[in-house]
Ligand binder design. Structure first.
Ligand code: ASP
Length: 329
């Protein structure tokens, strides 16, 4: 279906078809496509709801969540609804789906792919999702895999940085908290390797640093990273402060548990931050950002949530919309 949008309403994007069939890891996403998604998100949000409400009409998107989720599931479902599609979901799929009967993920995707045009999956085992996706007749989008990756969160994080700063290149990004099990940080850092002149400051409890293999991969990709133990030094040097939750449900040793919870952003820390700094957080927040910080204009985490809706709309539109090339010039 072609839309009746005039040329003036279209952004000046060079739109090409998506370079991937599934969105499972940031590793697969080239910069040009990330840029295209961000530009499309910006364009979709600029249009009245009535102008976008037909874009996925007749399309069905399945959501399978084997791990808990609030935001990611609802924001995908809201994105589908805004675009006029239908979302069909299995929440708590480990308990309430045929996984309970022993069905493999590969079979689940083959079956759900018969009913749907795309499947959004949150699963605890990254490798299993990658292998099973090969058997899916429709695109599979990861909504987070265990302590592995969360690619759509990284895309919306980039989009937030782009909106707040007008650019991504050349920024100093401080990632804080549970860098070991926090999948959003893993995906964000992989995404940042695609940009120029990024400096990364790592702030974490001793036992919760980046997994070694990931640290090596990022260094090999040329990402400049350094650890900082002084919170004041880290916060005062950063443009982007990306705070994360300690992933209590994934901690494995007494040592990890003992150290967890040490890093908080408190109102008193705001004076250390640059006037133009921005605080991001993938949410949910527990106590790692004091609620009084929320009123500071540098707190961008609720804006980040809204950006996620538009970015996920753009992603679905690109992968399964009938409008390929529509925004091209
Ligand atoms: N919502 C994010 C995730 O699914 C962050 C978190 O849970 O701490 O990874």
């Amino acid at each position: 279906m072609r839309s009746s949008l005039s040329d003036e309403q279209r952004p000046g994007l060079a739109t090409a078809t998506p370079p991937v069939r599934h969105v499972l890891s940031v590793r697969d996403l080239p910069r040009w496509w990330m840029e295209q998604l961000m530009a499309k998100a910006e364009w979709l949000r600029s249009l009245p709801r009535s102008a976008v409400g037909q874009r996925l009409s007749g399309k069905i998107v399945g959501t399978l969540f084997y791990e808990p989720s609030t935001r990611t599931r609802l924001s995908f479902e809201a994105a589908v609804a805004r675009l006029g599609g239908t979302a069909l979901g299995a929440e708590n799929a480990l308990e309430h789906s045929s996984a309970k009967k022993g069905e493999t993920l590969r079979d689940v995707l083959r079956v759900v792919g018969v009913y749907t045009d795309a499947i959004i999956v949150r699963h605890h085992l990254p490798d299993e999702l990658e292998a099973a996706a090969e058997w899916s007749p429709v695109p599979v989008i990861s909504a987070g895999t265990g302590s592995g990756e969360h690619p759509t969160q990284a895309l919306l994080d980039l989009y937030t940085i782009r909106r707040e700063f007008g650019r991504i290149d050349g920024l100093t990004v401080c990632v804080m908290g549970d860098l070991k099990y926090g999948r959003t940080v893993h995906s964000l850092l992989r995404a940042l390797t695609r940009f120029e002149g990024i400096d990364v400051i790592l702030v974490h409890p001793e036992a919760l640093g980046l997994p070694e293999a990931l640290a090596r991969e990022l260094a090999a990709a040329g990402l400049r990273m350094r650890r900082e133990v002084s919170l004041e030094a880290a916060l005062s040097a950063a443009d982007v402060i990306y705070q994360t939750r300690i992933q209590q449900e994934r901690l494995r040793s007494a040592e990890e548990a003992k150290e967890a919870g040490a890093l908080h952003i408190l109102p008193g820390h705001l004076r250390w931050m640059k006037p133009h700094a921005r605080i991001l957080h993938p949410l949910p927040r527990v106590d790692e950002i004091h609620p009084d910080v929320d009123v500071d204009p540098r707190a961008a985490y609720f804006r980040q949530v809204e950006n996620g809706l538009y970015l996920r709309m753009a992603l679905l539109d690109e992968l399964i919309g009938d409008h390929g090339g529509e925004v091209a010039r």
